[in-house]
Design a protein around this ligand. Structure first.
Ligand code: IPM
Ligand code: MG
Length: 361
C-alpha cells in the first residue's frame, strides 16, 4: 500500500484542537478506503517561536517539502503582537507559503441548506450561493520590496509580474470549467497600474478558455456584490490583499468563519488550512468549530492527493452531521443546543463510517 505522508502543523490557539479532529477524520477515511496515512507533527507560528525562536523552524521547513501534503491549523498569538516582524507567527505562515510556492489559494464558500438561518443575510439573497475565491497567495503587497519603516514614514510595495498573474488566472479558469463557467476578476484598474496589468493579462489568458465567461469588477463593487447579490458570482479571481479581505467577507455568507476550508496549490505539496485564525479567546475550551478544518481535509484529499472519492465521503459526512442537527456554538441558533469541538468530530467520524455502509446498501 502506498504511504501518504502528511505534515501536520497544528500551530496556535484553536489550531491544535481543530486539527486533532481533522486528523481523526483522515484516519477514518484511511480505514474506509484502505489508505495508509503517515502523520508527523511540526511546529509553526508562536509554537515555533516557543520551541526554536523561529515561527517556521528548520525542522518544519525540511519536513514540509518532502511531504505529500501539509495540513495546517492556524497561527497567531496576541502575546507576540509587539514582537519584531521575524518573530511574528504570521511571518512563519507567509514564509511557508513562499517556501512551498503555493501561488493559488482556493477558498470555496457554499451555502449549506441546513445552515440558512445561521447566516446574517436574508434567505432570499442566499439561495444558490456557491462561489470560489481564487486568491493569488505569494505575491503582491504581502511580499513586495522595498518595505519598511523610517520614523514617520512606512512603505509596502504592490508588485506583480505577467507570469505571476497568468499562472493564477489559469487556475481560476480551469476551476470555472467544473463549475458555472464564470470568472469575475477583481482589481482596481481605475487607479492602479498593477491592476491594469492584471486586467490585460487575465483578458489575454481568457482567450484559451472560450467556454468560460470573463467579467471584470473593481474591488469596491465586488465587495458590495458579495453581500448584495452573492449568487451572481462563481469564481472570483483576485490578488493577494484583495483576496484576503474578500474571502473573509464571503465567509460571513456561510454563517460562520469556522466552516470554511482552503487549499493553497503550487508545483509541489499543497498547503491546506481552514480560513479561520487562531481565535485565542476560544482556545483550549472545546468550543471551536472543527468543520473548517475537516472540510479542509476534503480539499487535501481532492486537490492534494487526487482522491476524489475519499474527498466526497468527507464532504458527505459533514453534510450528514449538520443535517442530523449537530451544531457547535458558532452555528447554533439562540436556544438551540450545541456540542463541543471533539463531539462534532465524533459525529462526523461516525458518518464517514456509516456512509460506507450506505454505499454498500
Ligand atoms: C489568511 C490570514 C493570513 C493572511 C494572515 C494570518 C497572515 O488572514 O490566511 O487569510 O493575511 O493571508
Ligand atoms: Mg485573512
Amino acid at each position: 500500500m502506498k504511504r501518504l505522508s502528511i505534515a501536520v502543523l497544528p500551530g496556535d490557539g484553536i489550531g491544535p484542537e481543530v486539527i486533532a479532529q481533522a486528523v481523526r477524520v483522515l484516519e477514518a477515511v484511511g480505514e474506509r478506503f484502505d489508505l495508509c496515512f503517515e502523520f508527523a507533527r511540526y511546529p509553526i507560528g508562536a509554537a515555533g517561536v516557543a520551541l526554536a525562536n523561529d515561527p517556521l523552524p528548520a525542522v518544519t521547513r525540511n519536513a514540509v517539502v518532502h511531504s505529500d501534503a501539509v495540513l495546517l491549523g492556524a497561527v497567531g498569538d496576541p502575546a507576540l503582537d509587539g514582537a519584531p516582524r521575524e518573530l511574528r507567527p504570521e511571518t512563519g505562515l507567509l514564509a511557508l507559503r513562499k517556501l512551498l510556492k503555493v501561488y493559488a489559494n482556493l477558498r470555496p464558500v457554499a451555502m449549506r441548506p441546513a445552515l440558512l438561518a445561521a447566516s446574517p443575510l436574508k434567505a432570499d439573497r442566499l439561495h444558490g450561493v456557491d462561489l470560489l475565491v481564487v486568491r493569488e497567495l505569494t505575491g503582491g503587497l504581502y511580499y513586495g520590496e522595498p518595505r519598511g519603516r523610517n520614523g514617520t514614514t512606512a512603505v509596502n510595495t504592490l508588485v506583480y509580474t505577467t507570469a505571476e498573474i497568468e499562472r493564477v488566472a489559469r487556475v481560476a479558469f480551469a476551476a470555472a470549467r467544473d463549475r458555472k463557467r464564470l470568472v469575475t476578476s477583481v482589481d482596481k484598474a481605475n487607479v492602479l497600474e498593477v491592476s491594469q496589468l492584471w486586467r490585460e493579462t487575465v483578458t489575454k489568458i481568457a482567450r484559451d478558455y472560450p467556454d468560460v465567461r470573463l467579467e471584470h469588477a473593481y474591488v469596491d463593487t465586488a465587495a458590495m456584490r458579495l453581500v448584495a447579490e452573492p449568487a451572481s458570482l462563481d469564481v472570483v479571481l483576485t490578488e493577494n490583499m484583495f483576496g484576503d479581505i474578500l474571502s473573509d467577507e464571503a465567509a460571513v455568507l456561510a454563517g460562520s468563519l469556522g466552516l470554511l476550508p482552503s487549499a493553497s496549490l503550487g508545483p509541489g505539496p499543497g498547503l491546506f488550512e481552514p480560513v479561520h485564525g487562531s481565535a485565542p479567546p476560544l482556545a483550549g475550551r472545546d468550543v471551536a468549530n472543527p468543520i473548517g478544518a475537516i472540510a479542509t481535509v476534503a480539499l487535501l484529499l481532492r486537490h492534494g492527493l487526487r482522491l476524489a472519492e475519499a474527498a466526497d465521503a468527507v464532504d458527505a459526512a459533514i453534510a450528514a452531521a449538520l443535517d442530523a442537527g449537530a451544531r457547535t456554538r458558532d452555528i447554533a441558533l439562540p436556544g438551540e443546543p450545541s456540542i463541543g469541538t471533539a463531539e462534532m468530530g465524533d459525529r462526523i467520524v461516525e458518518h464517514v463510517f456509516s456512509g460506507a455502509v450506505e454505499g454498500l446498501a
